[in-house]
Design a protein around this ligand. Sequence first.
Ligand SMILES: [Zn+2]
Length: 316
Amino acid sequence: MIVKHTCCNGKSIRFCFHLYKSNLAFVPKCNPTTTEDVRKLKEFIDKHHRLCILTGAGISTESGIPDYRSAEVGLYARSNHKPILYKEFCNSEAIRRRYWARNYVGWPRFSSLKPNITHEILRDLEYVGKVECIVTQNVDNLHSKAGSKKVIELHGTAFRIMCFNCDHKIYRHELQEVFQKLNPSMVATTQMIRPDGDVELSQAQVENFNVPACDNCGGILKPDIIFFGENIPRNIVEKVKNNIENSDALLILGTSLATFSSYRIVLQAVEANKPIAIVNIGKTRADEFMNLKLEGRCGDILSKVWQLNASNNSIR
Ligand SMILES: [Zn+2]
């Protein structure tokens, strides 16, 4: 099925629903969305012309990446895994070795995951001029892969590597080639991955894994992501705050707002008197501040909103 419509500023969008097949293995159970809910969200999107959109792990579950906190299907529910802490990574060579060994094995699958219908619709909303910015907590690069430009990566990206000691940065793909050369007997393949690309390995596999140093200065390499317990860089916090002030509403998708860095964005929007809508499965930390709350799967709800737009032949 191909839906084609022309929006208010004359740009044409071709939207191919048959291309988007959601992977629902990591999506929590939820009730079907009501038509009334879809209509309310469409009104919210129609009414506001400079949306700040905040996204979380809940929008990437349909691409095959588990989130952290959902009941039954989230990472915490499926295992006793807790994400690595910033201090642990800084202070322990053994922990860094384990981190990189798992990350190396998980990388081919993690890096090849595709955007889903939610990413595609957000890209198209930006294309028709409705988006002030997309602030994402995800490090999976799926907004950029979908073609979104106005993306602020609140927690960085797993696709870039930095050095603790100098300004040197490299693409994660380049590091994979270095890992391969240093660890020829290690096979990089897995089925089960985590939101940051991590996987399970045996102790022996971890202990024998060779980790390179920065080829510029010999310093310690770190993924350019914000670990738990690490502060968000001030320039990113300021950039998000400015974008909130310049927007006319906040739309939150697929996050329980458990991290303070995301909760703070809601507080900033409340402070600036911006209306707030959220689509999420389950409770969030900030339900009391929501002008509109929809329980459900982002891909399902947004595609129904988009279909309504298509049938009306406009995004107002
Ligand atoms: Zn360096």
